[in-house]
Design a protein around this ligand. Structure first.
Ligand code: NAP
Length: 227
């Protein structure tokens, strides 16, 4: 069976990805910040290896890549992300927080993609998927708020689009997905869809990716989204 590696697997969308891939018999490399307190992750049945990973900690990323040397990863899922302070405007923009969110939402997925490109290249499926957001879309933006989250996800899309064209990606198919507005800690209880619906659709869309899709931005149902 194939192998998937998921960051931020301890709650929200990452936890649901883990449940569904494990139930389908995949080997799941599930990462979370504290592997000694994985919460619900510890209760999921299946072929699941839990590893500690603070995604913004580059030496930790390199160490995990080294520890997993020789392991083929069919689907690398850059899922971990943070929203940061909400609704910032004008002089109240928190630039220090913006830097922190960039480290998690932009630098970390690219660092992880580069560190694990060889593991992905050694697999059958060779896919790197980044969970982005419709809030990254410049064309779709009409709101005058959420500078931090929006801009970091836009930067994520560009960074991964460039990586898709970079030989360093070693031929992987790279795709960015909006998961829908989902009922998680980040999405809140008033969100449009539940995690089961989001991840069921996302997994179907990821399974259908071909090399012709590399560098593109999709909704969770597999339809294209405007940059
Ligand atoms: N929910 C939505 O409506 C929605 C919409 C669009 C995009 N997204 C994106 O979907 C992804 C998952 O979101 P979610 O809704 O599941 O959010 P969530 O419920 O807030 O969960 C976020 C996950 O990311 C992990 N994480 C955050 N910073 C991390 C770090 N520095 N190192 C390691 N792990 C870290 C968290 O770990 P801890 O438990 O340790 O904090 C947690 O597992 C994110 O990239 C988010 O931007 C979500």
């Amino acid at each position: 069976m194939p192998t998937v590696m998921i960051t931020g697997a301890n709650r929200g969308l990452g936890l649901e990805f883990t449940k569904q891939y494990a139930a389908d018999g995949w080997t799941v490399i599930a990462t979370c910040r504290d592997p000694f307190a994985p919460g619900e992750l510890a209760t999921i049945e299946g072929d699941i290896q839990v590893h500690g990973l603070e995604v913004a900690n580059h030496p930790q990323v390199d160490k995990l890549a080294n520890d997993l040397r020789g392991t083929a990863i069919d689907v690398l899922l850059n899922n971990a992300g943070m929203f940061g302070p909400r609704g910032v405007v004008d002089e109240s923009v928190d630039f220090a927080a913006w830097e922190e969110v960039q480290r998690v939402n932009v630098f970390a997925p690219l660092k992880i993609a580069t560190a694990f490109a060889g593991h992905v290249a050694a697999s059958d499926e060779k896919k790197i998927v980044c969970i982005s957001s419709i809030m990254a879309s410049i064309e779709c933006t009409t709101a005058g708020s959420e500078y931090i989250y929006r801009s970091t996800k836009t930067a994520l899309n560009m960074a991964m689009r460039v990586f898709a064209n970079d030989p360093a990606s070693q031929g992987a198919t790279i795709a960015m997905f909006h998961p829908g507005w989902v009922q998680t800690d980040m999405g809140g209880t008033g969100a449009d869809i539940d995690a089961v619906t989001s991840i069921t659709n996302l997994r179907r869309s990821i399974a259908g990716l071909t090399s012709a899709d590399s560098g593109k931005f999709f909704n969770y149902d597999g339809t294209s989204l405007p940059w």
